[in-house]
Design a protein around this ligand. Structure first.
Ligand code: AHR
Length: 525
């Protein structure tokens, strides 16, 4: 479903050449944006797995963040920390990808089953060179998913594993027969097969997964996938590991969609938002200049362009639209905090991250026809996390709150959003829209709207006309804060949190006064 712009006001460029400036709306237009939502124009389902998470064996993403072990003084159930599990349950996490990432291509599943005391200690060579105890393995992963009611997405080891190892893992997890592997699973405490909902072969094969050409990866995929067998009715959705937001991203989508012959239901894609777009100096998570607020917005909006370009390739190679396009890693990536292990990718999370998350949700909704899954990197303590922990303490990040506010969009149906007026913010030689919007019809039949103000400093007046439904008000929540870099700390974990929000309608029209750097999600009543 397309969002069209019929009248574009490039306000900032008219007023002033200075960068990053959105000027007073009074002299140009009454509103920064005007939208028309047509509730009769219903699109495809926004798959709940667009709100999927990624949990890698990386830093304190799993160990300490989710898993503390049964003997920990931190309150836990079977080794899972109670506070984090409860917060993730509240978030209605639909799906978790595990065990990596780059880690997946060095992970040997046999290391993580059986008596924990006998599991080998390995070195996590990708992430900090720390000891990997393998205390968290296959059974623990599925227990986590079951505790959260989440679907599972398992990442197989292509880089250092064999087809036999991968095929045996699949059999171990899914077989209902009297086979030796299935019985080993039973001996390890799990009678019924695990439910592997999605499975991918390798990760970033163009990089940490083996520095391959897409043609070579496609051959390997065909090879490995041939031997991955699960009982009829329990076969996972199979994902080929695709490209990323660099020059060769499209080539991967093109080559894989042409050359993978069998058993591929989707191609994945990775794109991270860096404020500076430079890997050696990405930008700070909290103490960033206003200029980097806007470069972050500009860079995160590229997701829309990347998805459109890749979908165009798929439309050519797969006109029947059988192949999904899964953004199975995305999010902000900042410089490591001084004094912390850089390989742990721990970063704080501010209002900027919440706005980035919401902008991306709106983009994913727009592309829901092909984008059936995305996984933010990562769930706890790593990159753009939902939750940060420090020993027994835990806090919810602004990104967590954005995810929670958007829960009504899970499995809702797209609604047509027509952009009548949009003012743009000049960012260097580029411009970004002042406001991002999405709308959907929920499974309960409600109309839900989300609006995001991308300005760091200026409020936006936004008019939304809704056709085809009767309502008198919009009710929901708003997430904003005084400062663009407001964030939650262990000393003040509630600095950024959603507040109730309500707006009366006049003759089918809602007029919102969106504060700077804010996210609003409302249901029509
Ligand atoms: O999410 C962190 C890392 O980023 C992943 O392990 C890898 O796939 C990507 O490069």
């Amino acid at each position: 479903m397309k969002t069209q712009a019929t009248k574009i006001t490039k306000l900032a460029s008219l007023v002033c050449a200075a960068l990053f400036t959105l000027h007073s709306p009074a002299s140009f237009a009454d509103t920064q944006a005007e939208f028309i939502v047509d509730t009769a124009k219903v699109g495809v389902t926004i798959n709940k797995n667009i709100y999927g998470q990624f949990a890698e064996h990386l830093g304190h993403g799993i160990y300490e963040g989710i898993w503390v072990g049964k003997d920990s003084e931190i309150a836990n159930t079977d080794g899972f920390r109670n506070d984090v599990i409860q917060a993730l349950k509240d978030l209605q996490v639909p799906l978790i990808r595990w065990p990596g990432g780059c880690f997946a291509d060095e992970y040997h599943w046999r290391d993580g089953i059986g008596d924990p005391a006998k599991r080998p200690i390995k070195v996590n060579t990708h992430w900090g060179g720390v000891e990997e105890t393998n205390a968290f393995g296959t059974h623990e992963f599925f227990q986590l998913a079951e505790m959260l009611g989440a679907q599972t997405y398992v990442n197989g080891n292509l880089g250092t594993g064999t087809p036999q190892e991968m095929a045996e893992w699949m059999e171990y997890m899914t077989s209902d027969k009297n086979s030796t592997l299935a019985n080993e699973r039973r001996k390890n405490g799990r009678e019924q097969p695990f439910k592997v909902d999605y499975f991918t072969i390798g990760n970033e094969a163009w990089g940490c997964g083996g520095h391959m050409r897409p043609e070579y990866y496609a051959d390997l995929y065909n090879h490995y996938a041939t031997f991955l067998k699960a009982p009829h009715g329990s076969r996972p959705t199979m994902v080929a590991s695709g490209g990323s937001g660099n020059a060769r991203g499209l080539e991967w989508t093109d080559v894989l969609s042409k050359n993978i012959q069998r058993n591929m239901h989707a191609i994945s894609y990775h794109y991270y938002t860096l404020p500076t777009n430079k890997w050696d100096k990405k930008g700070e998570a909290v103490n960033f200049p206003e200029k980097e607020w806007y470069s972050t917005m500009l860079n995160t909006l590229k997701m829309d362009e990347f998805i459109s370009q890749n979908v165009a390739v798929l439309d050519k190679n797969d006109p029947e639209k059988k192949i999904g396009f899964y953004v199975d890693e995305w999010g902000t990536w900042y410089d490591a905090e001084p004094g912390r292990e850089p390989g742990f990718l721990y970063q704080q999370n501010t209002m900027r991250d919440a706005v980035v998350a919401a902008v991306n949700f709106n983009i994913f909704h727009k592309h829901a026809e092909r984008v059936h899954m995305t996984n933010i990197a990562q769930m706890v303590n790593v990159l753009q996390a939902m939750i940060l922990t420090d020993k027994e303490k835990m806090l919810l990040t602004p990104t967590y709150h954005a995810y929670k506010m958007y829960v009504p969009f899970q499995d809702a149906k797209q609604l047509d959003v027509h952009t009548q007026v949009m003012q743009y913010i000049q960012v260097g030689d580029n411009s970004i829209p002042a406001v991002s919007m999405t709308a959907a019809k929920t499974q309960d039949g409600d109309t839900v709207l989300a609006l995001v103000n991308l300005s760091a400093t200026e409020k936006s007046d936004v008019d939304v006309s809704v056709l085809g439904t009767k309502f008198s008000k919009a009710q929901g929540q708003i997430l904003t804060a005084k400062k663009m870099n407001a964030h939650n700390t262990f000393a003040d974990p509630a600095e950024v949190k959603p507040k109730d929000f309500s707006q009366r309608a006049k003759r089918g029209k809602l007029s919102f006064d969106l504060p700077a750097h804010s996210v609003i999600v409302v249901t029509l009543k």
